[in-house]
Design a protein around this ligand. Structure first.
Ligand code: IVH
Length: 698
């Protein structure tokens, strides 16, 4: 039935098909909203919805009383409490080749100015989900998932059901946050799925999903029946150091009663690390649990401290990933998606195929050039082989990201396959799609009249790192947009006033879920500056940049005024913006142009009048003697490298500049300092040597 085109369905078939679609869509809603485990892709969901709507349009009398087309998603599960991590839970940078491992070691030694060897630990990267366990005076007081790294979910009751997690430990520091991975073994996973299918319950796609689904049960008695395990490999807040080295700290965690990975080794450099990686890779199939790479960490904890962090990753660790698995399948179609900035992204629709335990039916095709077999400079990729509908292609998945196409098999190309011609019009609104010179992507010129752009902007606005409104996800935003209730972000905050009563009458929305939704929206009226900046979806301004901007300008008023003042791309405010470490000229231009554009400004004004934007403090620099000062390093530094000096100064709230001007506060001059030192003396800037600088910053 599902294969019969809508135009050919008889009335009886249509009636049956509507029933079938209603039940699939209802199950998909629950899987997506309540179980956190989508069973079908967004694209499949959309296709089913479209088919449902098309049948209803052809046979209006058959429309079911609780038709899926009337539903706006399912109410969210009431959820866990939120926990703000005392020390952020970061992710790791990746290495994909031996060369990347040598580069990592090189970066570490260069940053520290060490010419000799640095020792590292190497251990399996467990493919589960990370968990932070907080012990106070030896008792487990809180267990939290990673969440967005800053705020996770409180799963204490669930964690206490896991055998590997002690409720009490003896001889530990009074505050100790143990971090590690919750996972499920292959045998336990298979047995769980067997039990689940025997009892008609839901089965899981892989051990990682099973572990995540089991830990995130609102009812901890269910978690208790699930065979979860835990490996400790790191720590968060500690009231006293666990050891002097990473290796020692892990041994200490083992002595406190935690499981630590038996394949953890101490290595004396990249060659040794790669040898251990190869050995772990050989044992991978017989370990009995999933791993997806090897993690290297600088062993000396003092060096770890000096290396510190870069935005989201520690400089002292990296994950050496195993190569992705590859499968072959046929390309059935190429669809064009329009993103929030109007970019036309080609997506491959594939005959479903299993890659590394997950069924894949979509893959990214990047852009026009990628399909044509060249990179953005015109250099051939895949030896210049283009990709055509009907082709047999090899697909791979690396981590959680969208699957990618590796190559195309020309020997299996259908005789009638034609080169793909990339659209010159937006498939959604019909506006011209233009590819600017030097740009890799074509963009729809429809701006806010393009429904795809408007909806994608709204989806971004409510996404996890932006406003993160509970119960208002992509699906709901889409439905509210279609209703005409939410056309721009400001409308979210007037939804209760303008459409609250209507919403209550909608299928799938009871009194309670509507009340919950409006409460969640109210909660987000107060929003930190960085989240607001990120939520605006300005091109080139990601989460990290939004945080840098918020820390630099602190308040919405200052930020806004500065962006407006910089609108001519020159003058002191423009320069100040460009001076932020991590803000380049392209991003700066994108930002100030956004604030200059009349429509965006009007929408922004409407939004901000609904909000209470909270200030973001500059990085904690309590008692720092150099906060806000502009510092220039010149000449040779003897106690640390330039990179380390800069990172430390910035961590203390100073701004490090490359040139001396009247705005410079301090010049740190080492041996061999030349013109900069001279200029500083002429301008009467404070000059000191490296020792004096170190004494100043303590
Ligand atoms: S160390 C500051 N060690 O990988 C870095 N992470 O991409 C702390 N993971 O979120 C992480 N095995 O969930 C570390 N042996 C291991 C790991 C490991 C798995 C996960 C962890 C983390 C992610 C980072």
């Amino acid at each position: 039935m599902q294969d019969i085109p809508v135009e050919q369905l008889t009335e009886a078939q249509a009636s049956q098909e509507l029933q079938r679609l209603a039940s699939i869509l209802a199950a998909a809603d629950i899987a997506y909203h309540q179980k956190d485990a989508p069973e079908i892709s967004d694209a499949e969901y959309d296709a089913l919805k479209r088919r449902n709507a098309a049948i209803e349009a052809k046979f209006p009398d058959l429309k079911l009383p609780d038709s899926p087309s009337e539903k706006v998603g399912a109410p969210v599960a009431s959820g866990f409490g939120k926990v703000t991590h005392a020390v952020a839970m970061l992710s790791l940078s990746n290495a994909f080749s031996d060369e990347d491992v040598y580069d990592f070691d090189e970066r570490v030694r260069k940053f520290l100015g060490i010419t000799g060897q640095v020792a590292y630990t190497a251990e399996p990267k467990i493919d589960g989900l990370s968990l932070s366990l907080r012990y106070e005076n030896g008792r487990l007081v809180q267990a939290a998932t990673r969440g967005d790294g800053e705020v996770g979910e409180n799963v204490t009751a669930n964690a206490l059901t896991i055998g590997d997690i002690p409720a009490e430990i003896g001889g530990a520091p009074s505050v100790l946050e143990v971090r590690g991975e919750v996972y499920m073994s292959h045998d336990d996973f298979a047995a769980l799925n067997e039990r689940q299918s025997a009892s008609g319950g839901k089965t899981f796609a892989n051990p990682r999903n099973a572990a995540a689904g089991s830990l995130r049960q609102l009812d901890a008695t269910i978690t208790k029946t699930r065979p979860l395990r835990f490996f400790a490999y790191a720590w968060g807040e500690v009231s006293e150091p666990l050891a002097d080295t990473q290796f020692g700290a892990i041994a200490r965690l083992a002595s406190l009663g935690f499981q630590t990975n038996p394949l953890t080794r101490l290595c004396d450099g990249p060659a040794d690390m790669i040898a251990h990686y190869t050995s772990i890779e050989r044992q991978r199939a017989t370990l009995g649990y999933d791993i997806d790479g090897v993690v290297y960490k600088v062993n000396d904890l003092t060096l770890q401290g000096r290396l510190g962090f870069r935005s989201n990753n520690p400089r002292w660790a990296t994950a050496h990933k195993f190569p992705a698995e590859i499968a072959t399948t046929q390309l059935e179609d190429i669809e064009i998606q329009v993103g929030r900035t109007g970019a036309l992204s080609p997506v491959a629709r594939l005959k479903p195929v299993t890659v590394g335990g997950v069924v894949v039916s979509n893959a990214t095709l990047h852009n026009e050039d990628y399909i044509a077999g060249r990179d953005s400079n015109g250099t051939p990729i895949r030896d210049g082989r283009d990709i055509r509908i009907g082709d047999w292609v090899s697909v791979y998945r690396a981590g959680d990201v969208i699957p990618k196409i590796k190559d195309v098999d020309l020997s299996r190309r259908p005789a009638d396959a034609k080169p793909y011609s990339f659209p010159t019009q937006c498939p959604i609104c019909g506006s011209d799609a233009i590819r600017e010179p030097g740009e890799a992507v074509a963009r729809c010129t429809g701006g806010l009249i393009c429904p795809a752009q408007a909806v994608e902007k709204l989806k971004h606005f409510v996404s996890r790192s932006a406003f993160d409104i509970e119960g208002l996800g992509a699906k709901q935003v889409e439905a509210f947009y279609t209703e005409g209730w939410v056309k721009e972000p400001a409308d979210i905050f007037t939804l209760a006033k303008n459409h609250g009563d209507e919403l209550k009458t909608r299928e799938g929305w009871g009194e309670k879920s509507v009340t919950n939704l409006f409460a969640a929206i109210e909660e987000r009226r107060t929003i930190p500056l960085n989240r607001l900046i990120f939520a605006l979806g300005i091109r080139h301004v990601g989460e990290t940049a939004a945080m840098l901007l918020a820390r630099r300008y602190n308040s919405w008023e200052t930020f806004h005024a500065n962006m407006e003042a910089a609108r001519d791309h020159r003058g002191p405010d423009w320069e100040a913006l460009n001076d932020i470490d991590g803000v380049g000229e392209v991003m700066a231009a994108s930002l100030v142009d956004y604030f200059h554009e009349a429509q965006a400004r009007a929408a922004l004004e409407r939004l901000v009048s609904e909000l209470d934007v909270t200030d973001v403090a500059a990085p904690a620099t309590d008692g720092s003697p150099v906060v806000g000062k502009t510092v220039v390093f010149t000449g040779t530094l003897e106690k640390m490298t330039r990179a380390e000096a800069k990172a430390r100064a910035e961590a203390l709230g100073a701004k490090v500049s490359g040139s001396v001007s009247a705005k410079t506060d301090i010049v740190v001059a080492g041996p061999g300092a030349g013109s900069k030192l001279k200029k500083a003396e002429e301008l009467g800037v404070d000059v000191m040597d490296e020792d004096a600088w170190l004494a100043l910053i303590g």
